[in-house]
Structure formats: C-alpha cells, structure tokens
Write a protein of this length. Structure first.
Lengths: 276, 558
C-alpha cells in the first residue's frame, strides 16, 4: 500500500516539478524583469569570467555579463524559437496531410512521395540547408527547424486524416450534404489533431534543442543576443577555465527538454485515462 | 630598421642559461622536498638527430604552394619545405641565403642575384637562374591567382639569365621593399619542374629545396613532412648546418582551440600554434611546457572602416567610432591581459614603425559625442541610437564564421561601448563565402582583418588607390577602406624609389601620420605567433621575416 502511494506520489512529483519549471520559464518569457534586475547586455570587462558567487549566482561570461540574467532573457528567444518552429511544423504538416488525405488519389500519392523524400534527409541537415539558403538569424532559424522537422508530423497527421476520413461520422456528414470545409473544420481536424497536442508539447523541447544546435553552429540570433545555443557555443572555448559558461546554458536546454517531455507524457496519460 | 620584438624568442645562450637555472632550481627542490621529485626536464646539452614532432595548428591551408592565394597557414607550411633567395635577421637586415650576393642598379630597376651552385630541389632539379625566373614568373601569372606573393611584386617585369647562376630581375618601377618581401616564405622558391604541372597538382604535392619534403597531405587531417637528407644550405638565421635533425613532422589540423591545448597537455601534440588566450596562463604555469611568441610585423588586427558609403564617408564619424571603442578594456577581459594594444596603422615590430601614432585614436567618448553632434547625428531613437534626418546610425560588420571566438567577443565589446555613444553596431555572422561576396561588393561598414608583412610598404597595399581594384587573379580589393588620396599615394610611392633608410623612415612616418589622421581603422592588437611547446622539444625557432615557425633546427629529447 505504502509502495503504491509512494509510486503515485513520485508519478505526481515529476510532472509537478516539470510544470513548475515551465511556469518559471513562462514568467521569464513574459516578464524577465520580474526575475532579475540586471541588464543582460551590460558588459563589465573587469568582472569577466567571475565564477558563481552570491553576487553572480551562475557566474559571468567573457564580457562580464551575468549568466543567470542572460539565461532568463534567453528563455524568451529560445522558447519562442521552439514554439514558433513547432507551430510552423504543425501548420505545414496539417496542410500537407489534408491535401493528401482529401485531395484524391494523385494528391495522396504525391504527399506520400514528398514525405518519403523529406524523411531521406536528417532533420538537422535539412535545417542546415534552409539556413544556408535563407541566411542566419531568428526567422530563418524558425523556418529551417520548422521545415526540417515537418516530415515526421506530416506522416502522423496524414495517418490520422486517413483514419478519420472514412469514419462513419464523416460519411454521415457527407451524406447530410455539409460543405467540405465544414467537414474538415468540424469533424476531421478536431479528431486528427487531438494526438498532436501531446506531440507538440514534447516537440517544443526538441525544437529548443535543434534551435540551440543551429545557434551553436553560429546560425542563430546575432550577438549580443542572449540565446542558449549561442551562449553554449561561446562558452565551449573556455570550458577548462570557466565551466559555468557552458554548464548553465546546457542545463537550461536539458531541463527544458526534460520538462516538456514529462509534462507532455502527463497530458497523454490524462487524455488516455479520459478516453478509457 | 627597427628591431623586431620577440617576447620569448629562444636562442642558444638563453637555452643554456635556462638549463643552468633549471638545474639550480631542481637542486633546491630536491633539498626542500627530500628527493620527492625527479630532476625536472634537464635538457641534454647536445641536440640529437631523429624523431618526430607532432605540430597541431588551427587552420588548414587551401593549397600548399604559397604562391597561390597566400594566406598565413600556407606560409607556415612553406617555411618547412622551401628556401628563399634572401633571409631577414631579427634586426631587419637582409642576409644572403640561396643568393650569395646581389647588386641593385642605381635607378632601382634591376637586381642582379648571384646564386649558390650547390643547391638541388628534392625532385633532383638543379637550382639555378632559370628556377628563379620560373618562380617569379609563376607568382605574377594570373593563372596562379596569387594574392600575396603576386601582389607584392606587381612591379616585376622579367628575369634575365646571363649565365646559369646569375639572375637579373627587372622591375617596371623602383621597389625598395623588394628584398624585404623576397625574404618571406610566401615568395619561397619551388622546383620549376614541379611548377610546370597543373596548379591543383602542385598545390597537393609541391617540391622545394628546403630541410623537409612534403610526403603527403591528407585533407582535413594532416600533412606529413620527411627530412631532406641532402640539405646543406640552411638560412643564416639557423642554429646549425646540414640536414634537419627531425626525421618527420606530423602537421595536424585541430581547429578547436581547447582540444588543441588538451592534445598538448596529454602529450598527443608536441607543439601547438595559435595558443588560445584562455590557455596562456595555464600553459605558463605548466612546468612541462614552454612558450614561444613574437609579434608579427605589418598591419595589426583591425576593423577597417569603409569610407565609400555613409556613415563612414565622414571623417568625423570615423573618428567618433574609433574613439567610442574601448579597445584596451576589451583586450584586458577577452585576452586575459596577454595581448597588448596596437593603436597605430603599423604593428610595433614593423620596420619604420613610429610610436607617435599609438594613441591617436584612444578611447574618448566625450570627444566622440561632440564629433557626432558636429556631424549632424543629433537625433535619437527610442532606444538611444543616434539619427540624422531620421536615418539611424547603424554600422554593419560582416563576421566570418571562421573568425576566432575571442575576436568575436572583442567586437561584441566594441558593439557595447560604441552603443553608449549612439552607434548601433550589427555583427552579422555568416559563412566565409558570403562574407567574401559582401566584401567584394563593398557591402560593409567595417571589414575585419589584418595584414602580415615585413615591410612598412603594407601601408601602400591597404590604403593606396592602386589597390582599390581586385588584384590580378585575386578575388578581393586589398584597400578595404576604399581610401583614395593622391597625396598619400605620392608618399608611399616615393618611399619605394629610395633605398636611403633615413629617407624611407621619414616618408613612412608621413604615411603613418596621414593614415592615422583619417581614422581608417580601429586597430586592436598586433598579430602574433603564439606557440606552446612540450619541454622535450628544443630549438624551435621563428623565422624573423614574418615570425613563422621553422622546425629546421628543432630536435626532441625523450
């Protein structure tokens, strides 16, 4: 009995902690000045490479900027990148899936072929290709990661659309003479997209990682923007001397990935429980 | 000529002195610690032959033939397998090498070189006057696409060979820096038979007469050199005669600075170059390592301001920008106080360098603000950027992805300090090709760069109107400022017509004054060769012309 209780408690603690972390992140995104009074861009050459202390909890970087402050301000950049990229990926996925699912046999074949081609490229390679053609910066980065990761989501939504397309209630709606748009909006989309909520939540973390990877390679936000991947990249040269420059941005990325996955899983469990 | 200033240059007497002090220190250590520590790296007195050195460097050359293109990684490789006509000593004097002596005609238009008769290239070809002609012809041939060597000898007309061992080089116009540039590895002499092959083949497997031969080049991995057993014509700057002491050199490419330093500490590399600033203090403290460093002559590391478009077409805005950048402050934090500030257009180790211009552009935000007010940049945007007629004061700086992290940080600090004066500096990261394309189109306000050469004539290359267009076969204009001033052109051209050292000094003083008064660059720090070496490696030298590593004298004790 106690073991079961402990198990339940543990199962609840994980998601609670993850949700708490995400809540702090959300505050950092919306109002970073609530969490810190320091200017993330303010350089202080004399205070460069200061190790973590009471004054600088996470230490300072090569220009004497406070790492914690930059992580807090970087949350907006990094999370917005993640959320926008996943939104773009889902938009592409849904559009392609609807075209493929409802546009007749030729369209279905075409979309299947397109998904296969997109899958032939590893996500990061596809994203790098986009970055190379679009240049560096935030918007190209979102487009690159969004397009790069669209294939997986397209296949998923496509499957859902195909399953829902021939469901009895869609047949019924069709028989009742509803317009195709109404059918899509009222019947197909809600049913096809529901599983995506979970995936999207987990996907945000993945997108943050990919965005950070591209920023690490120098394709992200231009300096002096605080972006986690860029911070990680700048820190790596000093890893032997100033480990805090790499550790804390790395931790932020890992924790965000973990937290979104844990919360996503929790939502999935709730939804499954609700369904059964 | 002014002496060059090696910081830790090792020479034989100092080496012996080091050994003695090491013995004394070890004896003291033994007394104090009760024989806990073994005698620490007491170097054997006599050099030994044999062995391999692993040399880890940051950048891979695009071609092993230094005549082609002409970037710094190429000259480091070339110094191991090529010889030059003349050498430069550490006081800037020109000494014989493959040329035993020479005469310069009174009009400065012909140089008659008498050549050594005992030199052969490692493919068996004889070194003679024909070889000299083939090399100089090759450097100026547009197909070679020689930006550096070819750019240096634009005055070259032709070479006559009255006999096998006399080469008479004719110039179109007097060029007093000719011998100085000839001493650089960029103008090293290659086998004419090898040069006759297609360019790409020669890039891969060039042939010289130097102490080592290129055995293979495994791209993105390493170059292997082996000893040239017949070598008996070392430069006068060398410490010994005869063949090199090492059997082999493994010249490895390790781009990541921290990995390079870790490889040295782990004993996987014996010598690393481009020692990163963050590793310098640990390297100094590490008793298994020693450092070899020297400033390179030429134009210091800098951001050159494009005067061909707004806002830097106004000298007041240029001065304001230069004065709003706190370079000494930034150097202190980014380079851990290891790099000194170079404030003038020439690095201190350049011949005819004049310290009078060291502080012309010192940090002075008050003056910067006054200048911007006077230039009409009096408006302000909501976030404090200055405007004139509604146009914000924006400075675009394309930054190559290959530019070192520490230099990026340096410019981020310039960005921050210039912002306080009202400049919005945009550091636009991009791949090297995109940045080059923008530079060719003059699409920048600041271009980041440097120019290593052993002559004050560098001022003519970077600021005279002759270098506004793309040089023969080379992709980019070298006068990145776009500066064009007949008076300046006259000074630097006059300096080429005289070999009188006092006259040259005076003319180059005027040229430095003219360039400094125009605020054409934010100069940051002198380019330096920074080697960290294992204590088991001895007699590694920097060839004084450009302070490029030479492993001819080097040997290992294991």
């Amino acid at each position: 009995m106690t073991r079961l209780k402990r198990a339940i408690a543990l199962r609840e603690t994980g998601p609670a902690l993850a949700a708490f972390y995400l809540a702090i992140l959300l505050v950092a995104v919306i109002a970073p000045q609530v969490l810190t009074q320091t200017d993330p861009m303010a350089i202080a050459p004399r205070a460069a490479f200061a190790p973590p202390s009471l004054h600088h909890l996470f230490g300072t970087d090569e220009s004497g900027r406070d790492i914690l402050t930059r992580l807090i301000y970087g949350a907006r950049q990094s999370l917005l990148l993640g959320v926008s990229a996943i939104a773009l990926a889902l938009l592409i996925a849904t559009t392609l899936a609807l075209i493929g699912g409802l546009g007749g046999r030729m369209a279905e074949r075409g979309i299947r072929w397109l998904i296969d081609v997109m899958f032939a490229f590893p996500v990061l390679v596809l994203a790098l290709l986009c970055s190379a053609t679009l240049g560096s910066g935030i918007v190209p980065l979102v487009i690159a990661v969004g397009i790069g990761s669209a294939a997986g989501y397209t296949r998923l939504v496509f499957g859902q659309v195909l399953a829902v397309r021939d469901a009895p209630y869609v047949e019924a709606a069709r028989a009742l003479g509803h317009s195709p748009f109404k059918i899509i909006r009222r019947h197909i989309l809600p049913n096809a997209v529901r599983p995506l909520v979970v995936l999207a939540t987990m996907g945000v973390g993945q997108m943050v990682v990919w965005s950070a990877s591209l920023s690490f390679l120098g394709l992200g936000a231009p300096p002096p923007a605080a972006e986690w991947g860029t911070m990680l990249s700048m820190g790596r040269d000093y890893i032997a001397e100033a480990w805090w420059m790499t550790l804390f941005p790395g931790l932020a990325i890992v924790l965000t990935m973990l937290a979104t996955t844990v919360v996503g899983r929790a939502i999935q469990l709730r939804m499954d429980a609700g369904a059964s | 000529m002014s002496p060059s200033t090696p910081l830790f240059a090792q020479s034989r007497p100092r080496h012996v002195r080091g050994t003695i002090s090491c013995v004394v220190a070890c004896a003291a250590a033994v007394l104090l610690t009760g024989c806990r520590r073994e005698a620490h790296h007491v170097a054997p007195q006599t050099p030994v032959s044999g062995g391999t050195i692993v040399y880890a460097t940051d950048r891979e050359p695009v071609c092993l033939d230094p005549h082609v293109a002409g970037d710094m990684p190429q000259v480091f490789v070339a110094q191991q397998y090529l010889d030059s006509l003349v050498a430069m000593d550490d006081r800037g004097r020109i000494l014989p090498w493959l040329a035993t002596d020479w005469q310069i005609s009174d009009d400065g238009l012909s140089y008659t070189f008498h050549l050594r008769r005992d030199v052969t290239f490692t493919d068996g070809t004889r070194f003679d006057a024909q070889a000299v002609r083939a090399n100089l012809d090759h450097m100026v041939d547009p197909h070679t696409q020689s930006g550096t060597a070819g750019g240096y000898i634009r005055q070259y007309l032709r070479t006559d060979t009255p006999d096998d061992y006399t080469a008479v080089v004719h110039l179109k116009s007097p060029y007093a820096a000719f011998l100085e540039v000839l001493s650089q590895g960029f103008l090293g002499l290659e086998s004419p038979r090898a040069l006759a092959r297609p360019r790409d083949v020669n890039c891969q497997s060039p042939v010289g007469s130097g102490p080592f031969m290129v055995q293979r080049w495994d791209h993105q991995n390493d170059i292997v050199f082996v000893r040239n057993p017949a070598y008996n014509w070392g430069p006068p700057t060398a410490l010994h005669h005869g063949p090199a002491r090492l059997d082999r050199i493994e010249w490895r490419f390790v781009a990541e600075p921290s990995v390079r330093f870790a490889a040295l500490q782990a004993g996987e590399a014996d010598v690393i170059d481009s020692l990163p600033p963050e590793a310098e203090t640990p390297a100094q403290r590490n008793r298994d390592l020693w450092l070899l460093m020297a400033d390179r002559p030429g134009n210091p590391t800098n951001g050159t301001l494009n005067v061909r478009r707004a806002p830097f077409n106004d000298v007041r805005v240029r001065e304001a920008f230069v004065r709003s950048a706190d370079i000494p402050g930034a150097l202190g934090s980014v380079f851990f106080h290891h790099y000194r500030h170079a404030g003038g257009p020439l690095s201190p180790s350049t011949p005819f360098y004049d310290p009078a211009f060291e502080h012309v552009g010192d940090y002075d935000p008050a003056r910067a603000n006054a200048l911007l007010d006077a230039a009409g940049w009096t408006g302000r945007t909501a976030d404090g950027i200055r405007t004139r007629n509604g146009v914000p004061l924006i400075v675009h700086i394309p930054v190559r992805s290959s530019w070192p992290t520490a230099d990026r940080t340096l410019w981020e600090q310039v960005q921050a300090t210039a912002r306080a004066t009202g400049f919005q500096v945009l550091l636009e990261n991009s791949d090297d090709t995109s940045v080059l394309t923008r530079e060719q189109a003059w699409d920048y306000d600041v271009r980041l760069g440097y120019w290593n050469t052993d002559t004050a004539d560098v001022l003519r290359i970077i600021f005279s109107s002759a270098f506004l267009g793309p040089p023969t076969g080379h992709a980019n204009h070298q006068n990145a400022a776009g500066f064009s001033d007949p008076r300046f052109d006259r000074i630097v051209n006059d300096a080429l017509t005289t070999t009188d050292q006092d006259r040259r000094r005076e003319l180059y003083r005027q040229a430095q004054a003219a360039a400094a008064a125009q605020f054409l660059q934010i100069t940051t720090y002198p380019q330096t060769t920074r080697l960290a070496l294992s204590r088991s490696v001895h007699d590694v030298r920097l060839e004084p012309s450009l302070h490029v590593t030479t492993l001819y004298d080097a040997w290992v004790s294991r």
